[in-house]
Ligand binder design. Structure first.
Ligand SMILES: *[C@@H]1O[C@H](CO)[C@@H](O)[C@H](O)[C@H]1NC(C)=O
Ligand SMILES: *[C@@H]1O[C@H](CO)[C@@H](O)[C@H](O)[C@H]1NC(C)=O
Length: 361
């Protein structure tokens, strides 16, 4: 039972708080400045040359992804902020705003990755930018390949600076060869969208299926990225690495519930993330210049790391086993939502619900 209480506490504390600024006017940072059409991206000899180390171009990939999947997302609810892909550009915006797209190498004096750089660039050395590559370029290539993003007569190439070309795949074939699991799952997601949305299913069932395929792709991307980006993670302080691992681990909880990360819920989930990169001298959860909510989230992430290690991963497994059917997952999401809106939501009733859920599977 302690496991369930622990799982509930993790989710509760990960979603509460209102510290970090992750959006501008309810949209991702600098969203309005990013190109919204393929034809606005740089081209050479009729080939579109996307530079994903230009912040606005990386954002443009998300604009195109959201724009072209919106027609299949009506089961997510009315309005233009329900597409679950919104969580990805919102996260990229938080990374920029919190200084996580800069070069973490000790002594680096580069201004790349600062919001004030012009054009706003992304450091090829940033671990966060590396992780995000797998959550932006990979899905984009799969979306183009499956025809969800219409490429028309254009060919597409991703610009990878030669000094890091070993580390990043550059086109669909290359990425599929190097990261077959993630690319297959992204393809499956995009290929299935039209069929699911055209089917006779209820919206409830469509939404569950779409979110299931999306989270499967996101988890596969995070998995392959964790390995591919691990050298870059070594450039950060111990407290920052601990936080980052906790944040990554928490994805398993929201993924198992097939969390519908629309704009509003993504903002709430990200609000307590630390608003700057942590230094070696920082002692979470007692960092003076961070808010109480940010310190609290750091405490929970660190605690979660320890408990997951101690329990050999059974914390996540318990939550996963409770999220066993569309109905259970809806309840799980409802629980997450109540927890977001009601800080006094009683842990005891949550436990009762989770217990019932895992036994009724
Ligand atoms: C996608 O973008 C095009 C061009 O910018 C626009 O005309 C269209 O309405 C957008 N579609 C959706 C579903 O947002
Ligand atoms: C894809 O990228 C790889 C690695 O950069 C390159 O060798 C290959 O020629 C590219 N293929 C196409 C079709 O551009």
């Amino acid at each position: 039972m302690d496991f369930i209480r622990a799982a509930a506490a993790v989710i509760l504390l990960a979603v509460l708080g209102q510290a970090a600024v992750v959006s501008e006017d309810g949209l991702p940072i600098k969203w309005g400045k990013a190109p919204s059409e393929l034809s606005q991206l740089p081209t050479a000899d009729g080939v579109i040359q996307v530079n994903p180390w230009d912040y606005l171009q990386r954002m443009a990939l998300y604009k195109l992804l959201i724009n072209s999947t919106d027609p299949y997302m009506s089961s997510m609810g009315p309005g233009d902020k329900e597409n679950p892909l919104w969580s990805l550009p919102l996260q990229l915006g938080w990374k920029l705003r919190s200084g996580r797209l800069t070069d973490p190498s000790p002594g680096s004096s580069s201004s790349c990755g600062l919001e004030s750089s012009e054009p706003v660039c992304i450091s090829t050395q940033s671990w966060y930018a590396c992780m995000n590559y797998y959550m932006s370029v990979l899905p984009f290539l799969a979306a183009v390949q499956t025809g969800v993003v219409k490429k028309g007569e254009f060919q597409l190439q991703i610009q990878v600076p030669s000094e890091v070309s070993q580390d990043y795949c550059a086109n669909f074939t290359d990425c599929s060869t190097k990261h077959p699991d993630a690319m297959t799952k992204w393809e499956k997601f995009f290929q299935s969208l039209q069929q699911i949305s055209d089917s006779e299913d209820t919206d409830f069932s469509k939404k569950d299926k779409i979110l299931g395929l999306l989270w499967a792709a996101e988890e596969a991307s995070l998995q392959t990225a964790s390995t591919a980006c691990s050298e870059r993670q070594k450039l950060y302080s111990y407290p920052e690495v601990r936080f980052a691992q906790g944040w990554l681990n928490s994805a398993a909880f929201v993924a198992a519930a097939r969390f519908h990360a629309n704009v509003e819920r993504s903002e709430k989930l990200m609000a307590p993330l630390p608003s700057r990169v942590l230094q070696e001298s920082d002692k979470p959860p007692n960092i003076d210049d961070l808010s109480a909510e940010e310190n609290h989230a750091l405490h929970i992430f660190s605690w979660m790391n320890s408990i997951n290690t101690l329990l050999g991963g059974s914390l996540v497994n318990l939550w996963r086993s409770a999220m066993c059917s569309p109905q259970a997952r809806e309840k799980g999401q409802g629980l997450l939502h109540d927890l977001i809106l009601d800080p006094k939501f009683p842990g005891s009733s949550l436990m009762a619900i989770l217990t019932e859920m895992s036994t009724s599977c």
